[in-house]
Design a protein around this ligand. Structure first.
Ligand code: UDP
Ligand code: MG
Length: 311
């Protein structure tokens, strides 16, 4: 009998947990041909999330929990889940029911009945809940990332997915500290089938993302999966050296022919501003890689567990 592990990262989700369990339970009862393991990761919640999960675990033996010592972020929570999950198939699902549990059956049937498919992922083509501003930047961003990086990033991909044990083992081989899982799942390869769906509204609680966090996450993706920006800064540097040589020759020739009238101060200031801007930008790019290298070499744990009922 196959076993599916469902990893559920939770951060301040006390209201969503009972609602989520109710839905997931329906699915578990319906899919009689498989065993389930429900792995809640309490990512340092400051509300009653852990209490709710423990309550569930008391009466349902398939419910497991891992509770972090503080908030480590969803990436860390997913990693912990993958580390501990014992199933033959492993799913990652949000607790806010934006990843509808009833889709699991369809996903399982696809992965079960197609030898060549190792992962079923969910993506959305609709972002109606986002404003025009965010939609525009999201689409530009995905174009940019796919140009910069050899790793394919699917636009609108959710974290909701069902994977085979083999693929999860491959993911676990990537032990980096700065984790951008959309990139990691794509990096390991394997055959992923994408299903489109319309993301429903959150059942309870509120989204943990804001513009600033999204921006940092976006930078993580680029720095984590591409070194092209470093090359771009070299190209820009070489280009400007070349332009300056041409300019020097031009000025020498002009002075020889027309003498040396002292003007051109405003243009000089503009050039200075422009070039210092470029320099700072390139230093910033290097800084971004350096800081990632720095956090990487420290080899700090990705998460720290305070308590768990996992044996
Ligand atoms: N989450 C988490 N740690 C965090 C932030 C979020 O484990 O630091 C969980 C959260 O509880 C939820 C999932 O990640 O189950 C997705 O979060 P959210 O719904 O806020 O993201 P959105 O759906 O808005 O992208
Ligand atoms: Mg959500």
């Amino acid at each position: 009998m196959n076993k599916i592990s469902i990893i559920v990262p939770c951060y301040n989700e006390e209201e969503a947990i009972p609602l989520f369990y109710k839905e997931v339970n329906k699915v578990m009862r319906k899919m009689k041909e498989v065993k389930f393991e429900l792995l809640f990761i309490n990512d340092g919640s400051i509300d009653n999330t852990l209490k709710e999960v423990k309550e569930l675990a008391k009466s349902n033996k398939e419910v497991k929990y891992i509770s972090f010592s503080r908030n480590f972020g969803k990436e860390a929570a997913m990693m912990a889940g993958l580390d501990y999950a014992s199933g033959d198939y492993i799913a990652i699902m949000d607790v806010d029911l934006q990843d509808p549990p009833e889709m699991l059956e369809e996903m399982y049937n696809i992965i079960k009945n197609n030898e060549e498919i190792d992962c079923v992922g969910l993506k959305t083509d609709e972002h109606k809940e986002y404003g025009i501003f965010r939609r525009f930047f999201t689409s530009c961003y995905y174009k940019l990332v796919s140009k910069l990086s050899k790793t394919e990033m699917v636009p609108g991909a959710r974290d909701f997915r069902l994977m085979t044990r083999q693929m999860v083992d491959a993911v676990l081989e990537l032990k980096e500290y700065n984790r951008y899982s959309k990139g990691i799942f794509s990096f390991v390869g394997f055959e992923t089938k994408w299903i489109s769906y319309k993301v429903p509204k959150r059942v309870a609680g509120s989204s943990k993302w804001n513009i600033f966090k999204l921006f940092v996450y976006a930078i993580d993706a680029i720095v984590g999966f591409s070194t092209v920006p470093l090359t771009i800064s070299i190209v820009v540097g070489v280009l400007f050296c070349f332009i300056s040589i041409v300019a020097i020759i031009f000025i020498i020739v002009r002075t020889l022919i027309f003498g040396d009238p002292v003007d051109g101060w405003p243009s000089l200031v503009c050039i200075m501003f422009f070039l210092s801007g470029i320099q700072l930008f390139c230093t910033g790019i290097m800084g971004a890689y350096l800081s990632k290298t720095y956090t990487e070499v420290k080899r700090r744990p990705i998460y720290i567990i305070k308590e768990t009922n996992y044996k």
